[in-house]
Design a protein around this ligand. Structure first.
Ligand SMILES: Cc1cc2nc3c(=O)[nH]c(=O)nc-3n(C[C@H](O)[C@H](O)[C@H](O)COP(=O)(O)OP(=O)(O)OC[C@H]3O[C@@H](n4cnc5c(N)ncnc54)[C@H](O)[C@@H]3O)c2cc1C
Length: 229
C-alpha cells in the first residue's frame, strides 16, 4: 500500500495561497516553489514525520517528531519532560521540515544527478495547546497517524494526558518546493547518450502487519490496521 492513500480529510485549512516572505523565499531554482496551500496540505497530510529545528542553549538542534495537520496549523506532541516541550512553556521558535523523497534521478553526470521530491518548510512559534484542548489535539494526531484507532482502544487517562504536551505551529509562514521531472526531462542533458540516465521512483510502502503474540487468538485484525494490507 502506497501511503498516498493516507489522508486527513476532516481538517481542511482556510488558507488557499501561501504568502512568500523573506524567510520562505526559495532562491535556487525558484520556479520549483509552489504557493498553492493545497499542495502544502497534501505534503503534510501524507507524511508521518516532521523534522523540528529550534535553538537550545544557543545551538541549533533538529529533532524528528510524528505530527498532524489541523487546519491551518500542525500539531506535535510528546512527553512533557522531552527537550522541546521543556523549552517551550511560553512558546519556542521553530523551523519544521517535511520531505517526501519520490525518486532518485540518475543523470549522465553526477553533477546533474538529483532527486524528485516534495518538501515543505514551516517557520513560526510553537505554542502549547491549552489543557482543555489537549485531548482533542491528541485525537487529531491519532486520527492522522492511525485512522480509526482512537475508537478501538481505551480512552487516555488523566495521568497520560498530564504527561503529554502538545505544541501547535501555524502554517502562516511556509514554503513548498517540488521537483517532479519525468525520466525524459530528468536526464536529457546533452551528455553522452551511451550512459544510462533516468529515474528510479521511490515510495513509502506498508509491509504485512505483524501480530503481537500476546494478542488473544480470536481477535480479528482491526480496521485501523486492515487498511494497510
Ligand atoms: C530530498 C531533497 C534533497 C535535496 N538535496 C540537495 C542537495 O544535495 N544539495 C542542494 O544544494 N540542495 C538540495 N536540496 C534542495 C535544498 O533543499 C534547497 O532548496 C537548496 O539548497 C536551495 O536553497 P535556497 O538557497 O533556494 O534557499 P535557502 O536560502 O537555503 O532557504 C530560504 C528559504 O527557502 C525555503 N526552502 C529552501 N529549500 C526548501 C525546500 N527544499 N523545501 C521547502 N522550502 C525550502 C525555506 O523556507 C527557507 O527558509 C534538496 C531538497 C530535497 C527536498
Amino acid at each position: 500500500v502506497v501511503f498516498s492513500l493516507f489522508q486527513n480529510p476532516s481538517h481542511d485549512g482556510a488558507m488557499t495561497e501561501i504568502p512568500v516572505t523573506d524567510r520562505t523565499r526559495i532562491h535556487r531554482l525558484p520556479e520549483r516553489q509552489r504557493t498553492d496551500a493545497r499542495e502544502l496540505h497534501a505534503i503534510l497530510d501524507t507524511a508521518y514525520v516532521a523534522q523540528v529545528a529550534f535553538v537550545r542553549d544557543g545551538l541549533p538542534v533538529v529533532i524528528p517528531f510524528s505530527f498532524a495537520r489541523d487546519g491551518d496549523s500542525i500539531l506535535i506532541h510528546g512527553s512533557s519532560g522531552g527537550g522541546i516541550f521543556l523549552a517551550s512553556p511560553g512558546g519556542v521558535d521553530v523551523a519544521v521540515g517535511v520531505t517526501h523523497l519520490d525518486g532518485l534521478v540518475f543523470a549522465r553526470s553526477l553533477f546533474d544527478s538529483s532527486m524528485n521530491y516534495r518538501s515543505a518548510v514551516i517557520v513560526g512559534a510553537a505554542r502549547p495547546v491549552p489543557n482543555e484542548e489537549k485531548e482533542e489535539a491528541l485525537r487529531v494526531i491519532s486520527e492522522h497517524l492511525m485512522p480509526g484507532r482512537w475508537d478501538e482502544v481505551r480512552p487516555m487517562t488523566k495521568r497520560e494526558l498530564a504527561a503529554t504536551t502538545v505544541l501547535r505551529v501555524p502554517l502562516a509562514e511556509a514554503s513548498v518546493k517540488v521537483r517532479d521531472h519525468s525520466a525524459s526531462e530528468a536526464a536529457d542533458d546533452g551528455e553522452d547518450h551511451r550512459v544510462w540516465a533516468g529515474v528510479v521512483p521511490l515510495a513509502l510502502v506498508a509491509g504485512a502487519a505483524e501480530r503481537s503474540p500476546m494478542t488473544a487468538v480470536d481477535v480479528a485484525l482491526p480496521p485501523s490496521v486492515a487498511r494497510f494490507s
